[in-house]
Design a protein around this ligand. Structure first.
Ligand SMILES: [Zn+2]
Length: 218
């Protein structure tokens, strides 16, 4: 079930109080249009009706993709949660069943990236580990660690994964093409520890730390 409410947001530029629709829960099967807005990030952008100022919205959200048997809970670490957002993790796990991928993320970029990974039918454990490997590769080529590197979409025709790369705050986003063989090569490294680090039916933190453990273990 999808759940939404209205949230007032005062414009930082002109002070007008706008109202944004806030989706506390998005069910991909019931609301594919809203799911696409999670995937492209537009759900979390708002425009002031008076002055056109653009603001980012950031709030806890449950993202449920029943067809992919996948469920993600996003909230910022340490964020105070309203009762309707209070995660009853065991309750959710019990309701959806033991074969589900259950993921927790703590930043919106991770939620959006994960939703695109599921949309394109990819393995989120492999994508998570691959990000660390790609970041190291970018660093060795350019002499600096990227500020952000996120999976964007699968290019089936050319068997490649498209990424969005941001090197620094002031630099424009670049697209980066990664041959899908890079993705497939991650699988053998994950196999031995997949059950422990990415068990189905249990909550897994889809974070850099989990990726690091997966690669160290492999
Ligand atoms: Zn305004």
């Amino acid at each position: 079930m999808s759940i939404r409410s209205e949230m007032p947001w005062p414009c930082m530029n002109c002070g007008t109080v706008n109202h944004a629709q806030v989706w506390h829960a998005v069910n991909v099967a019931q609301d594919p249009r809203i799911a696409r807005k999670v995937q492209d990030g537009s759900l979390f952008r708002a425009v002031c009706r008076s002055c056109g100022f653009q603001a980012g919205l950031d709030y806890p959200i449950h993202y449920h993709d029943p067809a992919r048997r996948s469920y993600c809970l996003y909230h910022q670490l340490g964020q105070a949660l309203a009762p309707e957002d209070q995660p009853d993790l065991q309750d959710i796990a019990g309701k959806v069943g033991p074969e589900y991928r259950l993921r927790r993320v703590y930043d919106l970029d991770s939620l959006m990236e994960l939703s695109r990974v599921w949309r394109d039918g990819l393995d989120d454990a492999a994508i998570l580990a691959l990000r660390l490997l790609l970041e190291a590769q970018v660093e060795s080529h350019r002499g600096a660690r990227p500020l952000a590197l996120r999976f964007d979409h699968l290019e089936v025709d050319v068997d490649a994964l498209e990424y969005v790369l941001v090197m620094e705050e002031s630099a424009p986003a670049e697209s980066m093409t990664v041959p899908a063989v890079f993705y497939r090569n991650v699988f053998p490294r994950l196999e031995a520890h997949r059950e422990r680090l990415f068990p189905t039916g249990r909550w897994v933190e889809w974070t850099r730390e989990t990726a690091r453990q997966a690669l160290m273990a492999g």
